[in-house]
Design a protein around this ligand. Structure first.
Ligand SMILES: Nc1ncnc2c1ncn2[C@@H]1O[C@H](COP(=O)(O)OP(=O)(O)O)[C@@H](O)[C@H]1O
Ligand SMILES: [Mg+2]
Length: 225
């Protein structure tokens, strides 16, 4: 199996006036294609910062990062936007759906930003909509759906572009435990279908649904299994 992610000695500092906060410390992380990895750590340990690095949403100060063999540390901002759109499917705790768009339109967003036609985008997302059982909700607005349904829409949106990795930050954090378990079962199913998943969580019970767990404590990673 090839590594879809290779991080070598990543360091990230936040500048706060004269102070510099060392938030990620010599992070080394390899993730194989097809893995389902949980990154587990308490609040303030650097999970979201690491997610932003993996997702190419923010820059690190030192180190090398290869995403699907692309040297992210050498990539200019403009190209990075395309890489982000093509390689990463983001899933957030609070879904981040566009409230004025229908379910269908929300799911199509990553395809439309790639510049294909509306008709092509419609066709390309049909299978994903079926897979996630959203076909009866396509004309609903996000506010007309339950939290679990909204997260399904967000997962569909993350999947449609066939990204190299699904990157989820506390994906069950806003859901009751029953609905959270449904989302985790769905991740398991998507992983069984071949999708690479990285899930960030503070909850060991949630992390246990992954194939592997790494711990992050005070900006440092350590392997658990
Ligand atoms: N934009 C920022 N500027 C300054 N400090 C930040 C910023 N984002 C996060 N931090 C700090 O970095 C540390 C890690 O934060 P974060 O990655 O959000 O942790 P987690 O997601 O594990 O709760 C915390 O001490 C936080 O206060
Ligand atoms: Mg966080």
């Amino acid at each position: 199996m090839k590594n879809i992610i290779e991080m070598k000695n990543i360091n990230k500092f936040y500048k706060m006036g004269n102070e510099s906060l060392h938030v990620l410390k010599n992070i080394n992380l390899d993730v194989e294609e097809g893995d389902f990895l949980a990154i587990l750590g308490p609040s303030g340990s650097g999970k979201s910062t690491l997610m932003n690095m993996i997702g190419c949403m923010d820059r690190f100060n030192e180190g090398e990062y290869y995403l699907d063999n692309v040297a992210i540390h050498e990539t200019k901002e403009k190209k990075l936007t395309n890489i982000r759109n093509q390689k990463i499917g983001f899933i957030f705790q609070k879904y981040h759906l566009i409230s004025t768009y229908s379910v269908q339109q929300n799911i199509m967003i990553p395809l439309l930003t790639r510049g294909i036609t509306y008709q092509q985008a419609l066709e390309e997302c049909t299978d994903t909509i079926q897979l996630l059982g959203l076909d009866k909700r396509l004309n609903h607005k996000p506010s007309e759906l339950s939290g679990g349904q909204q997260q399904r829409v967000a997962i569909a949106r993350a999947l449609v572009g066939n990204p190299a990795i699904l990157l989820a930050d506390e994906p069950t954090g806003a859901l009751d435990s029953h609905t959270g378990k449904d989302v985790l079962s769905l991740f398991k199913k998507l992983n069984d279908m071949g999708n690479t998943i990285i899930m960030i969580t503070h909850d060991l019970e949630v992390a246990k649904h992954a194939k592997h767990i790494v711990n992050i404590i005070d900006g440092e990673l350590s392997m658990v299994n």
